[in-house]
Design a protein around this ligand. Structure first.
Ligand code: SAM
Length: 206
């Protein structure tokens, strides 16, 4: 486990470089552009979101994996917003109830062990009127979804627990959020198992 997570962290930026340059970088920028106030970047990984948070944000970047967190710390200088890095998890965010303006999940709701627990925790920390921002690969439809179901165990083994067949919008609804999908897109050919991707905003009636 330790060796595999170290290997995954060491390869992460190289493995995602093409996707970041062709699609993800500009999507991250668009998703995060309007943010201000207290923001939690959940499962911040190696810090791909950091350069895109506007200076009006106070960002807490939460990352449970020490190998990822080391890389995240090394990238704090790429941020224009003030950034604090925290050991923690989606299921136990370092914030009091109702104190956070936005909770950001990018490529994380695929990996958290329990989506319902992570979303309930996001809901706990959000202020009334606060927003959950997401950019996630999700379950496809028809034969694509069947392929994702078949590949899921192998994919999860290779990609540190990532579940390619999750219906994340349904999970958001079940957690009491109203999700507004701003964009649906693919990276590479449609058949790539980690397609499609969705980005958008979710709010609660609280
Ligand atoms: C695919 S990476 C995405 C990293 C980053 N958010 C990005 O957009 O590039 C998934 C991240 O989720 C983190 N993660 C896994 N389980 C988690 C949990 N329970 N709570 C928070 N983060 C978690 C992993 O350590 C990893 O950094």
């Amino acid at each position: 486990m330790g060796f595999r997570s170290a290997l995954f962290a060491s390869r992460y930026d190289a493995a995602t470089r093409f996707a970041e340059r062709t699609e993800l970088g500009r999507r991250r920028a668009a998703l995060l552009a309007g943010l201000s106030g207290e923001v939690i970047d959940v499962g911040a990984g190696t810090g791909a979101n950091l350069p895109h948070f506007p200076p009006s944000c106070m960002v807490t970047a939460v990352e449970p994996d020490p190998h990822m967190r080391r890389r995240l710390e090394a990238k704090v200088g790429t941020a224009v917003a003030p950034v604090k890095i925290a050991d923690g998890s989606a299921e136990a965010l370092p914030a009091e109830d109702g104190t956070v303006d936005a909770v950001v999940f990018t490529l994380v709701l695929c990996t958290v062990p329990d989506q319902a627990a992570a979303l309930a925790e996001a809901r706990r920390v959000l202020k009334p009127g606060g927003r959950l921002l997401f950019l996630e690969h999700v379950r496809g439809t028809g034969r694509h979804a069947k392929m994702q179901d078949l590949l899921r165990p192998l994919w999860s083994f290779a990609a540190q627990g990532c579940q390619i067949n999750r219906d994340t919008v349904a999970a958001l609804k079940a957690a009491g959020f109203t999700a507004s999908i701003e964009d649906q897109f693919t990276i590479g050919p449609d058949w790539v198992p980690a397609n499609p991707l969705l980005m958008g905003t979710a709010t609660t009636p609280d």
